[in-house]
Write a protein that binds this ligand. Structure first.
Ligand code: PXP
Length: 250
């Protein structure tokens, strides 16, 4: 159930699959640790959604994981995907609650920048409309820039996810500048009827100023939570993030 007004926490479980895949071979298989178990724990400890990125090279989440995750919990699945015909077909088959369109480059370690929605309107438009027509809530993972919000409006995207990477990596005075960009763009999106989300590089130390941006409806957090889970367990890791997010909002 999605509660209005509450800042939702979507937990990205990709890196559970990264660890699983480190020991997987086509001969012997290997299914530990299972991202499905992570999804179940997230559901049990108050997470609001599961985010999973089916990358073109399947380096972590695999095709068969999607149906298993969907069957294991009733939490909404936010499928991160590149803007390709292959991924659209997969999304149409699985019908996740949301599809977050991300830029993807094979050589990158993680999603390094936002989607250039402004520069790719003609390519993105039919693809976004197909997803929307299938009842999938489309989100565009974009840099916090006016031209990208304008592009999201033209693409009829109901959601944008603002890339918090530059904020997360900023130091000194630049941190406040990056935070203001996020805050201004969340407000601009909301004024235009687009639900703003945010994510990338968020940690216990940097989440609260972002969580305090009133227009944001959802944060998607992965790497830090899964890393922290190694030390304190996944439920504790997620619950601590939840507490910090709640404390940032009156
Ligand atoms: N949101 C999107 C669209 C992402 O691609 C990612 C992963 O790169 C995240 C959120 C989560 O980022 P992180 O793993 O740094 O928390």
């Amino acid at each position: 159930m999605i509660l209005p007004g509450r800042l939702r926490l979507g937990v990205n479980i990709d890196h559970v699959a990264t660890i699983r895949n480190a020991r997987w071979t086509s001969e012997s298989g290997g299914d530990h640790p299972d991202p499905v178990r992570a999804a179940e724990i997230v559901a049990a400890c108050g997470g609001d959604g599961i985010t999973a990125h089916l990358r073109e090279d399947r380096r972590h989440i695999r095709d068969e994981d999607l149906a298993r995750i969907q069957a294991a919990t009733s939490l909404p699945l936010n499928l991160e995907m590149a803007a390709t015909d292959e991924m659209v077909e997969i999304a149409l088959r699985h019908k996740p609650h949301a599809a977050c369109i991300v830029p993807e480059r094979r050589e990158e370690r993680t999603t390094e920048g936002g989607l250039d929605a402004a520069g790719q309107h003609n390519r993105l438009y039919p693809l976004v409309q197909r997803l929307l027509d299938a009842g999938i809530r489309v989100s565009l993972f974009i840099a916090p820039e006016t031209k990208q919000i304008d592009a999201a409006i033209r693409l009829n995207a109901p959601v944008v996810e603002l890339h918090t990477g530059e904020y997360a990596h900023a130091e000194g005075e630049d941190r406040a500048i990056q935070l203001k960009r996020l805050s201004d763009m969340a407000a601009l999106a909301a004024r235009n009827g687009i639900e703003p989300h945010a994510g990338h590089g968020l940690t216990y130390d940097n989440v609260q100023p972002v969580a305090a941006i009133p227009q944001l409806a959802e944060l998607n957090i992965g790497h830090y939570l899964i890393g922290e889970a190694i030390f304190i367990g996944l439920a504790a890791s997620v619950m601590k993030m939840r507490e910090l997010m709640d404390a940032a909002r009156p």
